[in-house]
Design a binder for this molecule. Structure first.
Ligand code: AMP
Length: 283
């Protein structure tokens, strides 16, 4: 496995693979890798000849009051995990390598980025779309793998790839959870023991919502109320949003229809966590 820190280095390797007719899978991450990331690597390994994992804490997608400086970083540990999962290249650039002194180009999407996390984190998806676009140009993947955990991000990347006629397939992978239900996240390391326990309200609310839908609930307000009441019972939790939206457009729905995303962001102390489930009609 190679650890490459320059754009030119990755492009050089990618050109050789392309010349040999090999397919490339890309897994974009911010590092601090866990089993959620590993599931994406395994999916890429199974589907492509060569696998590139990017490990880059992208400053562009953090707001001024967010956790960019404190975001956990450990490239040695991350490289060992990548190696164990058969990754061929870890791309670990510096911010200066990605955004040079005269950097001036950004990818901005319209309405899809206004809802949910986009509403609470202005500029976040501008940062995500820009860095993902750059990573696609650098690694030139045939397939790129993203987690359903960040459901809005996945919908946005799919939209961007379709709108801009990009030559790759976006593959969504299921949410990986801790045994007790909490969705795995690099930010879980911020939680104290007490907060870690309190954080279980997210998955508890998600599972209760899913069960209600399975039992026939189709009213979005009733679903939001049910889930909101569960979160409200936990004193350390503060709801940022609970929304029921169309899975492709991210626009609110009143009644659950063909493909609906129920998503939430909840702060446990100062740590903001997200979770969601998808309802597909006929499932
Ligand atoms: P991040 O490092 O948080 O930017 O995440 C990198 C990729 O891993 C994104 O596509 C995430 O959706 C995905 N991911 C993060 N956590 C999970 C999880 N618990 N299950 C599945 N995918 C995940």
């Amino acid at each position: 496995m190679q650890l490459i820190e320059t754009v030119a280095g990755v492009k050089y390797q990618v050109a050789a693979w392309k010349a040999a007719g090999l397919t490339i899978g890309l897994v974009p991450t911010m590092g601090s890798l866990h089993e959620g990331h590993e599931s994406l690597m395994d999916a890429a390994r199974a589907a492509c000849d060569k696998v590139v994992v990017s490990v880059f804490v992208n400053p562009l997608q953090f707001g001024p009051d967010e956790d960019y400086d404190n975001y956990p970083r450990d490239i040695e540990r991350d490289s060992a995990i990548c190696e164990a999962h058969g990754v061929d290249v870890v791309f670990h650039p510096t911010p200066e390598e990605m955004y040079g002194p005269n950097y001036n180009t950004y990818v901005v999407m319209e309405t899809l980025t206004d809802a949910l996390c986009g509403a609470s984190r202005p500029g976040h998806f501008r940062g995500v779309c820009t860095v993902v676009n750059k990573l696609f140009n650098i690694a030139q993947p045939d397939k790129a793998f993203f987690g359903q955990k960040d459901a809005q991000q996945l919908a946005i990347i799919k939209r961007m790839v379709a709108d801009l006629n990009m030559n790759l397939q976006v593959v969504g992978c299921p949410i990986v959870r801790e045994e007790d239900g909490l969705a795995k996240s690099s930010r879980n390391t911020y939680l104290s023991a007490e907060e870690r326990q309190a954080a279980l309200v997210l998955s508890r609310a998600i599972f209760a919502g899913e069960q209600a839908v399975r039992a026939g609930e189709r009213n979005a307000d009733a679903l939001k109320r049910l889930m909101g009441d569960i979160i409200a019972a936990e004193p350390l939790a503060r709801v940022d949003y609970i929304e029921v939206v169309d899975g492709a457009t991210m626009q609110p729905v009143e009644t659950l229809g063909s493909s609906v995303l129920t998503a939430m962001a909840v702060c446990i102390g100062s740590t903001r966590l997200i979770d969601n489930f998808i309802y597909e009609e006929g499932e």
